[in-house]
Design a protein around this ligand. Structure first.
Ligand SMILES: Nc1ncnc2c1ncn2[C@@H]1O[C@H](COP(=O)(O)OP(=O)(O)OP(=O)(O)O)[C@@H](O)[C@H]1O
Length: 355
């Protein structure tokens, strides 16, 4: 597992100093795929680079599978880095070497005997479906194929952890999906712990088990996707499930409802209308299968006053569904973008967060 503990990193001094990381703590469980999202400059790359000690924090520590990476230097650090593979946005392949030779370079760095390098490289290329391209040069490959080579190279030293720095940002949507599916398959098959940074929520939606949102060097929110989805005003959840703006409707209260897992299958809104004799309107809805679990958000207009909406929220809570009131007068909208600068709206009445 990866344990990032109270890590801070500042660049420069005085008034021009940039606090890239401000007391960041993140735990990534073994075998988990954890996504870090945030605007450009939020600190994502700096954070990723502290995990393989390409960047040294000013304070705090990083522990990978029981080894304090931040305390290592010299040969001990080089050896530890073999347990931490890294995949890059622009692949970083050596152009005048063949595909197999690119993977062999990583094996050379780990001290693998020369005679064993090519068979091992072919094995790695087979893992990513590219053994037939072993003797091509990178320039002869598509972007997706190059990234597969990048992944084969990252896995050549048999790491327990894979760091992914915007691995799919340079790829088209279909190739992105294929590469994400490959990373997920390898994570499951090899028991790899994956820490990835991305600015695309689709990446989080497709493969992440858990995620953190960073802003100005700080972690604003984090948790498993199911926890985030059922957290009132989670900006990650709002981005995953955009349900539009919270326009005020005279005589109505606006209530957001989230579902995850079993609760998604229950007809709770129809039940609500029957129980209270209310004409509940659906203003927006978004439903997805995330990590194999059905999850979604619905924005409702409930006729009545605050007492009615509270009773509705309490009843939803009885059904194991998390709901809260949105106050359109205060903010007008829920922040629907991870890059939005205002936080999600106000007046909350939390019903229940399912276990
Ligand atoms: N070596 C450096 N020297 C000075 N400032 C730096 C350095 N590395 C990063 N920074 C600054 O630290 C902040 C965080 O940068 P970082 O690259 O970690 O953000 P990011 O979230 O990865 O952004 P992007 O998505 O654009 O890569 C930025 O303000 C950046 O300018």
């Amino acid at each position: 597992m990866i344990s990032i503990e109270h890590v801070s990193r500042r660049f420069g001094d005085g008034p021009d100093a940039v606090v890239a990381l401000d007391d960041v703590s993140i735990q990534v469980a073994r075998g988990q795929i954890f996504g870090v999202v945030g605007q450009s400059g939020a600190g994502k790359s700096t954070l990723l680079r502290t995990v393989n000690a390409l960047e040294r924090p000013d304070s705090g520590r990083v522990v990978v599978d029981g080894v304090e990476v931040t305390a290592l230097t010299g040969q001990a650090l080089r050896t530890e880095r073999h347990r931490i593979g890294m995949v890059f946005q622009h692949f970083n392949l050596v152009g005048n070497r063949t595909v197999a030779q690119n993977v062999e370079l990583a094996l050379e760095a780990t001290g693998t005997a020369k005679k064993d390098r090519r068979p091992k490289a072919l094995e790695m290329l087979d893992l990513v479906g590219l053994a037939h391209k072993a003797d091509d040069k990178p320039a002869q490959l598509s972007g997706g194929q190059r990234q597969r080579v990048g992944i084969a190279r990252a896995l050549a030293s048999g790491p327990d952890v894979l760091l992914s720095d915007e691995a799919t940002s340079a790829l088209d949507p279909e190739t992105t999906r294929q590469i994400l599916d490959l990373i997920q398959r390898l994570s499951r098959e090899l028991g790899l712990t994956v820490l990835l940074i991305t600015h695309e929520m689709d990446v989080v939606k497709r493969i992440c088990d858990a995620a953190a949102l960073m802003e100005d060097g700080r972690v604003i929110e984090q948790g498993t996707l199911e926890q985030l989805i059922t957290t009132p005003h989670s900006r990650v959840a709002a981005e995953l499930f955009p349900v539009g703006e919270a326009h005020g409707i005279p005589g109505h209260r606006i209530v957001d409802v989230t579902y995850a897992g079993l609760s998604a299958d229950r007809p709770v809104i129809a039940q609500l209308s029957r129980d209270f004799g209310l004409d509940v309107s659906i203003l927006g809805a978004a439903l997805e299968t995330i990590g194999g679990v059905q999850a979604g958000r619905t924005r409702l207009a409930i006729p009545g006053d605050e007492t009615t909406s509270r009773r509705v929220i309490d009843r939803l809570g009885d059904h194991g569904v998390t709901a809260w009131e949105v106050d359109p007068a205060t903010t007008g909208t829920i922040a629907t973008s991870a890059s939005a600068s205002t936080s999600a709206s106000t007046s909350t009445t939390k019903a229940e967060v399912p276990a």
